[in-house]
Design a protein around this ligand. Structure first.
Ligand code: FES
Ligand SMILES: [Fe+2]
Length: 424
């Protein structure tokens, strides 16, 4: 990929091509639980290169405003969250959740022109989502399956990843790597072990992809050898501009990620597990809280930085690698992924990469993102703004060798609420 395309894809700050595209979709900002209490402590959060402050006001509504006071630029993190707004601790200017300045104690007559940036928010799936684009272009709230389910059916966590969002998200699109770096973990992890799919995944590392463009993004059909007359298909989705959906293993929950730029060298990796038709069991939830499956254990509570990180070589254990307990010596699905993705550098050198046939989906997703970003700059409306197109589901299924997986999927995996979960 040439330098200019790489720049287009990886730069997401205000005014950039990709940044402008991403601002046309609802952005996951933080867990609702981080600002659980009305008038509770405000929280700093950086998204798409913008330093913001989130708080829950006296009415229980979420505000997401610029971190800095319009007067002389003091951080409102040090302000007071009181009576439906944040009051700057320096000279007492006060801002409500719409960013409107509602009090200038020393000069009330200038209140109107002291407002700061604010973004509208909704809460879905236990997550605060913000819309950071032009006010007249706000789309309907997200409808990815997990964000419409009852709270007891869903577990959501997030972690900081120390690299550009693109190379992180591409790990979510590229299902070919499951047969390698995650190879041994699947047998022991409580959210993967004990299902038939693992036999097929481990026996056949040469996934053959069929890739379908759809209104929300891409559907990937990864084919591995099944039994004598079948193939094992893993059907995953990438949805504009940052969602990936992962097929379940056996009776374990479905899963997904969202890859959201913090700045160009860091991203939020959101990890979600969910059952469409039933609550997660206490045991499942317990494992997730402990950081099993696609979740992680944190370095410190509330830091959202994983305990296994670049400073400790991700806890790499050469003995475990030799003894075939961890393929790369790193334990944990997420750590296995982000250790490799961070090792590419903060932004992968795309000019030097030599892509392979299994990278086809990544190439398509890149092309779709670049086309959408460049199109938007020329006035073409972005794709996938219709939230109902996000109601797709991943699956793992054995199909007869002559079956058409695309037709099979189109019937059962779109508008997924009306269909059973397909998993082996
Ligand atoms: S800097 Fe905020 S009130 Fe003066
Ligand atoms: Fe992975």
């Amino acid at each position: 990929m040439d330098k200019q395309t790489s720049e287009t894809l990886t730069r997401t700050g205000p005014g950039t091509l990709m940044g402008s595209l991403m601002r046309r979709y609802w952005v996951p900002v933080m867990s609702s639980s981080e600002i659980a209490a009305k008038d509770g402590p405000q929280v700093r959060v950086q998204i798409l290169g913008e330093k913001l402050l989130a708080f829950r006001d006296t009415e229980g509504k979420v505000g997401l405003i610029s971190e800095f006071c319009s007067h002389r630029g003091v951080s409102l993190y040090f302000g007071r969250n009181e009576e439906n707004g944040i009051r700057c601790a320096y000279h007492g200017l006060k801002f409500n959740r719409d960013g409107k300045c509602v009090d200038v104690p020393s000069a009330p007559q200038v209140c109107d022109r002291m407002g700061i940036t604010a973004y509208p928010c909704v809460e879905r799936g236990g997550v605060v989502w913000a819309y950071m684009g032009p006010a007249d272009k706000q789309p309907a709230p997200p409808e990815v399956e997990w964000c419409g389910l009852p709270a007891e059916n869903v577990f959501v966590s997030k972690r900081i990843q120390e690299c550009n969002y693109l190379q992180a998200m591409e790990g979510g699109i590229d299902t070919a790597h499951v047969s390698y770096v995650h190879r041994y973990e699947v047998d022991t992890d409580p959210m993967h072990r004990g299902c038939k799919a693992l036999d097929y995944i481990k026996a056949d590392g040469n996934v053959v992809f069929t890739i379908e463009k759809n209104p929300a993004g891409l559907t990937l059909f990864g084919r591995r050898m099944g039994d004598a007359d079948t193939y094992y298909w893993r059907v995953t989705h990438w949805l504009f501009p940052w969602f990936t959906l992962i097929p379940p293993f056996g009776d374990h929950s479905l899963a997904g990620h969202v890859w959201v730029p913090i700045d160009d060298h860091h991203c939020w990796a959101w990890s979600i597990n969910f059952h469409p038709g039933k609550a997660l069991s206490d045991e499942e939830r317990g494992h997730m809280v402990e950081g099993k499956g696609i979740h992680v254990e944190y370095e410190a509570p509330g830091s959202f930085r994983p305990k296994a990180n670049r400073d400790n070589d991700y806890g790499m254990d050469r003995t475990a690698q030799q003894e075939k307990r961890a393929y790369s010596g790193v334990f944990g699905f997420s750590a296995q992924d982000y250790s490799l993705q961070e090792s590419m550098g903060p932004i992968q050198n795309h000019e030097a990469e030599l892509l392979l046939p299994t990278d086809k989906a990544i190439v398509m997703a890149r092309r779709m993102l670049v086309e959408a970003a460049e199109g938007l700059a020329k006035g073409v409306e972005p794709p996938a703004l219709d939230a109902s197109a996000q109601r797709v589901r991943a699956a793992g299924v054995l199909l007869a060798r002559d079956a058409d997986p695309v037709a099979w999927g189109r019937e059962r995996l779109t508008d997924c609420n009306n269909h059973p979960v397909y998993s082996i």
